[in-house]
Design a protein around this ligand. Structure first.
Ligand code: MTE
Length: 318
């Protein structure tokens, strides 16, 4: 998503991507072979030092009817190929760079147009509702996608308890600003801190997930610990990581990518194969760990959100 470097045709980005993945695949195959020979589970070999924070199991996870019945992306791909610019613009680096990121103590400020303005400890948020496993497709604006068993509950659970005022038409989410811990924030690739926004009805949709885990375990740092959003029908950049503030407002908030390149990234950012990014097509995507591309689906296949946008021109409101 970097916009300051010279433009590279998407065909070349893809071939570099494929090359790197092939390298990873070969390395993975070698590890898997070694694992089979020694009887050690392959999962245990997935860069243990890089994923140490993800070891804690989450108890009492319930299955969700909102899950997609699809093959899950391997854990090692989801935790070693990340967009988390606070740590690095290189997708292979957040796993290592976020290894010692401190996610406790952690508070989330709820403010703006809301009855219950408060500062909540993240663990009290996590305990607000029963954790559910939601297997969602997630599509990055850059053309790669993943299928992940996220753990969390509907964002609406938190919003209802905060009691937004009638004039609150939007919700803004802010990531931690801490350049000492987040080396990427020492570079002006984006205006820090990272911010994102949703319209209130989008935020209240049952699919909008407040997420604190994946694959049955606590969220690894590189995937947005301790608390992130997962918006499965929108491009991945809407799924803001490591949230410290949730602000209710009557004005449509700007988001970081929109601030950085308003002609390329919009407020809605719904997955839409018919509206290309100015620099590349959005018609197809490649699942991490797979070689061939597949067609991208409108709203990433989550047709149940279509009514939120009825009557809107989604080419203009991209
Ligand atoms: N949140 C913050 N704070 N900083 C980021 O750089 N990147 C976004 C989103 N949330 C990002 C972020 C983008 S572009 C994507 S595709 C997803 O996180 C990637 O999530 P993943 O690394 O867990 O797959």
């Amino acid at each position: 998503m970097l916009i300051k470097k010279p433009e590279i045709p998407s065909s070349e980005i893809t071939s570099k991507d494929l090359y790197l993945n092939r390298r990873k695949f070969l390395a993975g195959a070698a590890l898997a072979g070694a694992a089979a020979a020694t009887g050690i589970a392959f999962r245990a070999l997935a860069s243990p030092s890089l994923t140490a924070a993800a070891n804690a199991k989450i108890d009492g996870i319930q299955k969700s009817g909102l899950s997609a019945a699809e093959k899950q992306t391997p854990y090692k791909d989801v935790t070693n190929y990340n967009n988390f610019y606070e740590f690095s613009t290189d997708k292979y680096e957040p796993a290592g760079a976020a290894k010692d990121f401190r996610t406790r103590p952690w508070t989330v400020t709820i403010d703006g147009a809301v009855k219950k303005k408060q500062v909540l400890d993240v663990d009290s948020i996590i305990k607000m509702a029963a954790p559910e496993e939601r297997i969602y497709r997630h599509r990055c604006v850059e053309g790669w996608s993943i299928v992940v068993p996220w753990v969390g509950f509907s964002l609406s659970e938190l919003i209802k308890r905060a009691e937004p005022l009638g004039k609150a038409r939007f919700v803004e989410f802010t990531t931690l600003y801490d350049p000492k811990q987040m080396p990427g924030q020492r570079v002006a690739v984006l205006k820090w801190p990272y911010v994102e926004g949703l319209r209130m009805d989008e935020a209240m949709h049952p699919l909008a997930l407040l997420c604190f885990g994946m694959y049955g375990e606590v969220l690894p740092n590189q995937d947005g610990a301790p608390l992130r959003l997962v918006m499965p029908w929108k491009y991945g950049f809407k799924s803001v990581k490591s949230i410290v503030r949730i602000r209710f407002t009557d004005d449509q908030p700007m988001n970081s990518w929109q601030l950085s390149a308003p002609n390329e990234y919009g407020f809605y950012s719904n997955v839409n194969p018919n509206v290309d990014h100015p620099r590349w097509s959005q018609a197809k995507e490649r699942r991490l760990g797979e070689f061939s591309k597949r067609p991208t689906l409108m709203f990433n296949g989550y047709d149940q959100v279509a009514s939120l946008y009825s009557g809107m021109d989604l080419k203009k409101n991209f």
